[in-house]
Design a protein around this ligand. Structure first.
Ligand SMILES: C[S@@+](CC[C@H](N)C(=O)[O-])C[C@H]1O[C@@H](n2cnc3c(N)ncnc32)[C@H](O)[C@@H]1O
Length: 228
């Protein structure tokens, strides 16, 4: 029997292992966002849904002042260990990113691989609009499962020998364009990224998945916005 699981519960079970899993979308996300992000040094950065801090640590090491927000205590604990170990300047906050209210504005807001966890993105766009500096940018990446699907879908996962069902929220491009318009943001870029040879090593380690079957498949969309 497969039990339904919430994202929050899932991350609490996943947190300690999360960084050890080779992730195709994780590698593609890194490459794609770094291409669009511009200058990082001394920038004020807000990392929404920071998780174990993939973006927070990269950007702090490049000289940004990072505020990292997540609502999973377990994921944040992994990040806090890295901060201590590597003596990084990252301010962590345990909060819901859809309702965030900080008395501060940022040069860069980033939200990597979080959109499929969130059903209604209105709160996120409102938070971004309220926390972005006039010349700032917002970058967000959307994991794409099967192009063309427009409704939430369920994925089956196995954790600690138990089988669970999780809901993935699908956000079509038109929904994002409509949200940008509603919250007065300009869409500067929509980059559709595909499986390429930079992730072949990950497929080579998965016996049931062959690189040649996935090569060229659209797996991630990165959006870049600024204030109108
Ligand atoms: C797939 S992980 C991505 C982590 C990181 N951004 C990365 O690129 O590796 C998604 C993260 O979003 C967080 N998250 C999802 N919904 C959230 C919400 N409403 N408020 C705060 N964090 C949230 C989860 O706890 C999780 O750590």
């Amino acid at each position: 029997m497969k039990t339904k699981i919430s994202w929050k519960k899932l991350y609490s079970l996943w947190a300690k292992e999360y960084d050890s899993w080779p992730s195709v979308r994780g590698v593609i996300d890194k490459k794609g966002i770094l291409k669009l992000i511009g200058k990082i040094k001394r920038k004020e950065v807000l990392d929404l849904g920071c998780g174990t801090g993939k973006w927070s640590t990269i950007l702090a090491k490049k000289g940004a002042n990072v505020t990292a927000v997540d609502n999973s205590k377990e994921m944040l604990n992994v990040l806090k260990k890295k901060i201590k170990l590597e003596n990084l300047k990252i301010n962590t906050l345990k909060k819901d990113i859809s309702k965030l209210k900080l008395n501060k504005k940022f040069d860069i807001i980033i939200m990597g691989l979080v959109m499929d966890n969130i059903k209604n993105l209105n709160g996120i766009f409102k938070v971004v609009r309220n926390h972005l500096k006039k010349e700032g940018i917002f970058l967000m990446s959307d994991p794409v499962y099967f192009s063309g699907i427009k409704k939430p879908m369920t994925k089956e996962i196995t954790i600690l020998e138990n089988k669970y069902r999780i809901t993935l929220y699908i956000h079509p491009e038109q929904e994002i364009k409509d949200l940008a318009k509603k919250y007065n943001l300009d869409v500067l870029k929509i980059n559709k990224l595909k499986v390429d040879k930079s992730v072949k090593h990950i497929f080579d380690k998965k016996p049931h998945k062959s690189f040649s079957d996935y090569k060229g498949r659209h797996v991630l969309t990165i959006y870049k916005f600024k204030i109108k």
